[in-house]
Each structure stands twice: as structure tokens, then as C-alpha cells.
Write a protein that binds this ligand. Structure first.
Ligand SMILES: [Zn+2]
Length: 231
């Protein structure tokens, strides 16, 4: 029987480490294939175990500025919706008051501790449920979740850490709470880059066929989109 894996993602950390992926490929920017990422990680674990690994779910923890903070969060909300609806992520998003003392990991500012505590709580919860998870794949580097990881291993579950090569001090990796060699996302930069396929699609409005890279549910051709915009 396949080993059951749950992927736990520190969303803020994943966002910050994109730059390591870009520089690995000598690019300034590119889109990350978020649908592919959990499967890519499961494949690596399967190779390490020499056993099949099935992805049970992907838990994603992120923050968003509260209404009080006065930021336009439309883009960020759309991104979280995309992760939940198109990539099948199980998202937990926490509203934070931004402004003053956002820097640094200490304290409760910026939502760092909320992400750590939520991620740690879910790790232990799924580890304690019978028959749900054999392997926890943790994407992030906060040393604060190490006690939770220790408990997960006490419960007989294996832990795969996912990080990037960096010069940062006191990372989670330094505490060595893992069962496999770490996966470094920058080593997978090329595979994580989203390649958009060009396909022919039928316009929902006028029925004309056009080549597009748009993968969303409804497709409208260039002309109909233009008409919509000018109306
Ligand atoms: Zn059309």
C-alpha cells in the first residue's frame, strides 16, 4: 500500500524563497507551478523510500492584511482563491494588522507566529489521527515548529523537510528534525517553473476558435474580450 503524505506549506516562506528559484535559473521572474509542487515533493519522497507515495492533501498557511491595514488585498485574495480552487490546496488564511514592527520573526506581528502555531497544530493533529498520514512533508524553515515535528516523529511518522540553499542562521534544518535528506526547492527550479501550453479553444461568446494559454473555465476570444472592456 502506498505511503500517505500530507504537505504542510508556510505560504510566506514559500513566497519569499521564490527569489532563490529565479536566481537559480538566471531569471528575473517566472510563474511557479503550484499545482505540480506537492506532487513533485511526493515523487522525491517516493524515490527516497522506494515505495509509492500518495498525496492525501496539501495544507497551506498564509496571512493577509486586515481591512484596518488599508491595503488593497484583491490580488492576494485572488491568489489564495486560485490555490484553493485550481490547485486543490486546503488554505488557512489569517488576517493580520500590518504596520509597525512587521520585521523579524519574534512576537505576534506580521502573522509569523500564527502561521507557525497553525502549521504545528495541524502537524500534530494529523499525526495523531489513526491511518491518515505516514509522512509529513514540511515546506518552510521556522525553527519554532521543531517541538511539533519532534512529537510527530514520536508518533511514528516520518518527516521530510523542504527548504532552499541559503546562508541563513538558525534554520529548522540545523535542528535536524527529519528522516530524509532535505529537499531543496532551488534544485527543482526548472521543474517548478510553470510552462503554459498553447491550445485551441472555443470562445464562449461568439464560438470562434483561437489559440490561447488561458487554462481557466470560461474562454473568451481576443475580440470579445476587447468588446467587454470597452463597454
Ligand atoms: Zn469571441
Amino acid at each position: 500500500m502506498a505511503e500517505k503524505a500530507i504537505v504542510f506549506i508556510d505560504g510566506g516562506w514559500l513566497y519569499r524563497c521564490r527569489t532563490a528559484l529565479f536566481s537559480k535559473l538566471g531569471a528575473e521572474n517566472f510563474e511557479i507551478d503550484y499545482s505540480k509542487l506537492p506532487h513533485l515533493l511526493c515523487e522525491d519522497v517516493a524515490n527516497a523510500l522506494d515505495e509509492d507515495v500518495s498525496l492525501v492533501r496539501t495544507m497551506y498557511f498564509g496571512t493577509i492584511p486586515s481591512v484596518r491595514s488599508g491595503f488593497n488585498t484583491a490580488k492576494q485574495s485572488a491568489f489564495y482563491d486560485f490555490l484553493a480552487q485550481s490547485c486543490n490546496y486546503d488554505t488557512s488564511i489569517h488576517e493580520v494588522d500590518i504596520g509597525g514592527g512587521e520585521e523579524g520573526r519574534s512576537g505576534t506581528s506580521g502573522g509569523f507566529s500564527w502561521v507557525d502555531v497553525s502549521l504545528a497544530t495541524n502537524l500534530v493533529y494529523f499525526a495523531a489521527l489513526p491511518g491518515v498520514m505516514d509522512v509529513a512533508i514540511v515546506v518552510g524553515d521556522s525553527p519554532d515548529i521543531e517541538p511539533a515535528i519532534r512529537r510527530v516523529r514520536h508518533l511514528g511518522k516520518r518527516v521530510q523537510l523542504v527548504s532552499v540553499h541559503s546562508d541563513a542562521t538558525s534554520t529548522l534544518l540545523d535542528l535536524r528534525p527529519h528522516d530524509f535528506a532535505p529537499i531543496y526547492l532551488d534544485d527543482h527550479a526548472a521543474e517548478m517553473r510553470l510552462v503554459r501550453e498553447t491550445i485551441k479553444r472555443i470562445c464562449k461568446q461568439c464560438g470562434r476558435e483561437e489559440e490561447t494559454t488561458w487554462a481557466g473555465t470560461d474562454f473568451f476570444c481576443r475580440r470579445c474580450r476587447g468588446r467587454h472592456r470597452s463597454s
